[in-house]
Design a protein around this ligand. Structure first.
Ligand code: IPD
Ligand code: CA
Ligand code: CA
Length: 254
């Protein structure tokens, strides 16, 4: 099934790459939450493929929601285009994210960046790879030497308190980025480009694949208080493990 997910993510990525830079139709799901024709074309393609290869599996996809195959042990969790705002502005940072859940546990995850032809994949218990090569989280131990990444939910304008964490990390870490694709941000933690990532208000399709990538690359993923992470709720804190406690201290309520 990993090969199926890899192939599907690659082909969906090509759909995005072909249309990149010539977005004509953008609609708004909220004041700053967009959807383009590329999101829809990629999702249609992925859903059709899952339905033809695994007709009994359930699907949870961002633009169409949950499918009706209730009672299935398998659920495919799909973000057909993570980084839509980047995409709509011609900023080449976006990805396809596909994960498979079996009886409530994520067992495989794939994140594909068609602009760099980078395919991140993980299977539970089998490690994480980038274009077939094994990857590991970084070995940075000190928050002051760490390069972090974060993101903001679409309702950030109503939730000014989120800016507080951003400010606190700017004051303590070496650098903080906001790249606009949670799936890629997590993949970058998995391969050591970022040392840590935090964000709240994410949906299962943003994080399901990326969280498995980080865990399988030797990192740690929890909520802000160090509790086990669930993709169906909650803030996510993902790191190389070594700076996790330090990041928790910065995120602790005051
Ligand atoms: C968004 C991206 C972004 C994050 C938002 C997500 P979308 O997903 O992952 O980085 O900050 O919270 O909603 O809408 O581009 O698929
Ligand atoms: Ca997303
Ligand atoms: Ca999306």
């Amino acid at each position: 099934m990993l090969d199926f997910a890899v192939q599907t993510a690659r082909e969906a990525g090509h759909i995005l790459a072909e249309r990149f830079g010539r977005v004509t139709e953008v609609s708004h799901k909220g004041e700053i939450n967009l959807v383009t024709e590329a999101d829809l074309a990629s999702e249609r393609f992925i859903i059709e493929r899952i339905k033809s290869y695994y007709p009994r599996h359930a699907i949870l996809a961002e633009e169409s929601g949950a499918s009706v195959e209730r009672g299935s042990d398998y659920v495919w969790i799909v973000d057909p285009l993570d980084g839509t705002t980047n995409y709509a502005h011609g900023y080449p940072v976006f990805a396809v994210s596909i994960a498979l859940e079996y009886r409530g546990e994520i067992v495989l995850g794939v994140v594909y960046d068609p602009m760099r032809d980078e395919l991140f994949a993980a299977e539970r218990g089998a490690g994480a790879t980038l274009n077939g090569r094994r990857v590991r989280v970084s070995d940075v131990e000190d928050l002051s030497k760490a390069m972090l990444c974060t993101g903001f939910p679409y309702d950030v304008r109503e939730r000014g308190e989120l800016i507080g964490h951003f400010r606190n990390f700017i004051m303590t870490a070496q650098a903080v980025r906001r790249d606009g694709s949670a799936a890629l941000d997590l993949a970058y933690v998995a391969c050591g480009r970022f040392d840590g990532f935090w964000e709240e208000g994410l949906n299962p399709w943003d994080v399901a694949a990326g969280v498995l990538l980080v865990e399988e690359a030797g990192g740690r993923v929890t909520d802000y208080a160090g509790h086990p992470f669930s993709s169906y709720y909650a803030p996510v804190l993902a790191s190389n493990g070594l700076i996790h406690e330090a990041m928790m201290r910065v995120l602790a309520p005051t």
